[in-house]
Design a protein around this ligand. Structure first.
Ligand code: NDP
Length: 295
């Protein structure tokens, strides 16, 4: 079998186009654009690139983008004060504090300070708890993007065997909760899992979120499975440059899977699309309007 390649760029473009329509409709009805504030502390080049592309995508979707750049000497109290100011700013529907933060700042304290109604990353304990208990929540963008791709590929996920590799609060755990919410039968694997290849071999759905280049081998994949590769790993190439690979051996897995996401061009573009989606959803909920449809 040669797998269908799941085009995350195309799926993300569809979500972003729909978000732009929703944002325009919101602006017409309320007299203001939905707004996303990004906060970058320090000079980490990868974080700066992420924040810039999030800001650009926000503006392209017809939303207000507020960018805050702070020096890497910023104290926790100063950052908490900015978050507090953004919590009280009515033009701001979503607050995104780019991680990682410098060592003098406790990221969990900062996340806990964000108004859960504006927590478009879905990392606040209130949103994590709401997702875990099946209540309306803002859901972390990357797993929500994975779920979107899975549903687009498979339709109903009910009764399917899903294996999530990785149990982080950002990807693995919320992914497992979303799959449970779709009535899949879910196994969460991690670094202490025994016989990982055998665990993966029983899966109709594999979500790999580990951070280890090409760890999941092609012969671990059950014929016909759908594989979602969240991993982003930079590895050196022979010519002294580097390239991005996922957590899955793409060539090997493509021989067994029915469908698979590439890296890059799979899950990555969905993450920003879902951030925009969460921002328009937050704007609607804050304005006591029903959730927008179609995203
Ligand atoms: P974390 O490092 O927080 O979590 C990694 C998880 O993988 C942990 O649960 C760990 O287990 C598990 N793990 C590590 N080694 C093994 C192993 N040998 N076998 C099985 N499980 C293992 O990473 P994140 O969840 O934040 O990110 C995972 C990957 O996804 C990274 O490559 C990251 O760059 C990428 N990513 C991509 C995004 C995107 O937009 N596409 C967004 C976010 C992340 P344990 O808990 O036991 O330590």
């Amino acid at each position: 079998m040669t797998a269908t390649i799941i085009d995350g760029k195309a799926a993300a473009a569809g979500v972003r186009a729909r978000v732009a329509e929703i944002a325009a409709d919101f602006a017409k009805r309320t007299g203001r654009q939905p707004g996303l504030a990004t906060v970058l502390v320090g000079e980490d080049p990868a974080s700066a690139v992420y924040v810039r592309s999030k800001g650009k995508a926000t503006s392209e979707a017809g939303m207000a983008s507020f960018s805050h750049k702070l020096p890497d000497t910023t104290s926790e109290a100063e950052l908490l004060a900015l978050v507090d100011q953004l919590n009280r700013d009515d033009a701001v529907d979503g607050i995104l504090v780019q991680l990682p933060l410098p060592p003098q700042i406790d990221a969990s304290r900062v996340i806990a300070e964000i108004d859960p109604a504006k927590d478009v990353d879905g990392f606040h304990p209130v949103n994590a708890g709401r997702l875990a208990t099946g209540l309306e929540a803002l859901v972390p963008c990357t797993p929500y993007g994975c779920l979107y791709l899975l549903k687009q590929q498979l339709g109903s996920l009910a009764g399917r065997e899903a294996v999530v590799i990785g149990r982080s609060n950002i990807v693995g755990k919320p992914m497992a909760l979303l799959l449970i919410g779709e009535s899949a039968t879910v196994t969460v694997a991690h670094s202490r899992t025994k016989d990982l290849p055998d665990v993966v071999r029983r899966a109709d759905i594999v979500v790999a979120a580990v951070g280890r280049p090409e760890m999941v081998k092609g012969d671990w994949i059950k014929p016909g499975a759908v594989v979602i590769d969240v991993g982003i790993n930079r590895i050196p190439t022979d010519d002294g440059k580097s390239r991005l690979v996922g957590d899955v051996d793409f060539a090997g897995a493509s021989e067994n899977a029915a469908a698979i996401t590439p890296v890059p061009g799979g899950v990555g573009p969905m993450t920003i699309a879902m951030l925009l989606r969460n921002t328009v959803v937050a704007a609607h909920r804050r304005a006591a309007m029903p959730d927008p449809e179609g995203v």
